[in-house]
Write a protein that binds this ligand. Structure first.
Ligand code: ADP
Ligand code: CIR
Length: 343
């Protein structure tokens, strides 16, 4: 394998940190699962517009390829090789009264976490039989959930195109054919082993074997962020008793993309900010101050529609879950005040 041919204007963290020197050190390294540097960087090599460009094939990837992953983790999360991660999923510690009680700005709120099973390779390196086994174990665990969390599992295999498209359009299901995930090896054997579990009202959902083995999701209309967080933490706690999650004291919950490590949490609102959006510099000044990311209305790499944006916490590692939601909450309060001032 030769050093990749990156274009001059390549902006990804892969281009920034995979120097020829680091490449020489890592190029023949493999994890115990046989995951190589070439596999770890393929997404960013094939997709030159990547923001990050790397994926891990297993927990060990973060050690074996540390000279590449560490600086990426440092730049994205501000987290050092010797730092320790701490989790706090206690909703009592979250100060988040509804910032939009009249429902003028916030369309909906969603909080998700990524999880992977202990002693199992991550999606980019997983074998078909292992993926199928993960699906079976996760679904077994989900079937024991009670009350508001009780629901059904809908495998992608056999789902009609109409149902799949409708679930995607309504923001409940992951997209198909994402080119970043594809180049990372995450779409192998599609659609086998993938599916979605949800309760009747679709306020609690679990994606199975997408980018991570589990994406546990709580969502609802409006801006009651705390209610969404409470439902999520109850679900995580129940699932954790059935499915052992991959965790490290250093990196927190282990995920295939280094941006998701730690809390693996993305807390977002879909929020109408049509006036503020006319001045993207002012908009970004607020989101940067609160460590927030702006996405479009159909998720990552999509555009806004009708002045509605997806606003979420950017940091996930080295802060607690409560702090991740607090970042989003505090930023949203300031965004609403700025939008109001422009009306
Ligand atoms: P993830 O959040 O899992 O990293 P995406 O950015 O691709 O992945 O978003 C997944 C889906 O969740 C998309 O359909 C997106 O529009 C939807 N979504 C995200 N935040 C919200 C929200 N606050 N309300 C409704 N849908 C949302
Ligand atoms: C990229 O590098 O753009 C994709 N692999 C997605 C990275 C994860 N998203 C993010 O920035 N939070």
């Amino acid at each position: 394998m030769n050093y990749p041919n990156f274009p001059k204007d390549c902006k990804s963290l892969l281009c920034k940190y995979l120097t020829p020197k680091i490449f020489e050190v890592l190029k023949d390294k493999k994890t115990p699962n046989g995951f190589t540097l070439q596999q770890a960087i393929n997404s960013g090599v094939k997709n030159i517009d990547s923001g990050i460009g790397v994926y891990a094939g297993d927990k060990e990837s973060y050690d074996v390829f540390a000279p590449l992953f560490d600086p990426i983790i440092k730049e994205y999360h501000g987290f050092d090789r010797n730092d320790m991660h701490k989790s706090n999923l206690n909703p009592d510690d979250l100060e988040a009264p509804n910032p939009d009680p009249k429902g003028e700005f916030i369309v909906s709120t969603r909080i998700r976490v990524g999880r992977n099973m202990n002693n199992m390779p991550l999606g980019p390196a997983i074998l078909k039989e292992q993926r199928d086994e993960a699906e079976a174990k996760v679904v077994d665990g989900l079937r024991t959930l009670k009350g508001e969390l009780a629901g059904d599992y809908y495998p992608l295999l056999g789902m009609s195109k109409e149902v799949q498209d409708e679930l995607i359009k309504d923001h409940f299901l992951f997209k198909e054919g994402d080119r970043f995930l594809d180049a990372a090896g995450l779409n192998r054997d599609w659609p086998a082993g993938r599916g979605i579990y949800h309760n009747k009202n679709k306020t609690f959902l679990v994606w199975v074997n997408e980018e991570d083995q589990l994406r546990i999701i709580s969502m609802q209309q409006g801006g009651d962020i705390k209610e969404v967080f409470i439902r999520l933490t109850q679900a995580i706690n129940s699932i954790e008793t059935k499915v052992p999650f991959s965790y490290s004291d250093h990196l927190g919950y282990i995920t295939s993309c280094p941006t998701n490590l730690g809390t693996a949490m993305r807390a977002s609102v879909h929020i109408a900010l049509p006036n503020l959006a006319k001045d993207m510099d002012a908009f970004k000044a607020i989101t940067d101050k609160h460590h927030l990311q702006i996405r479009g209305i159909h998720g990552e790499h999509s555009e806004s529609e009708g002045g509605i944006y997806d606003i979420s916490n950017r940091r996930r590692l080295g802060i607690t879950e409560v702090q991740a939601v607090q970042d989003m909450y505090d930023g949203v309060v300031e965004l609403i005040a700025a939008e109001k001032a422009l009306r």
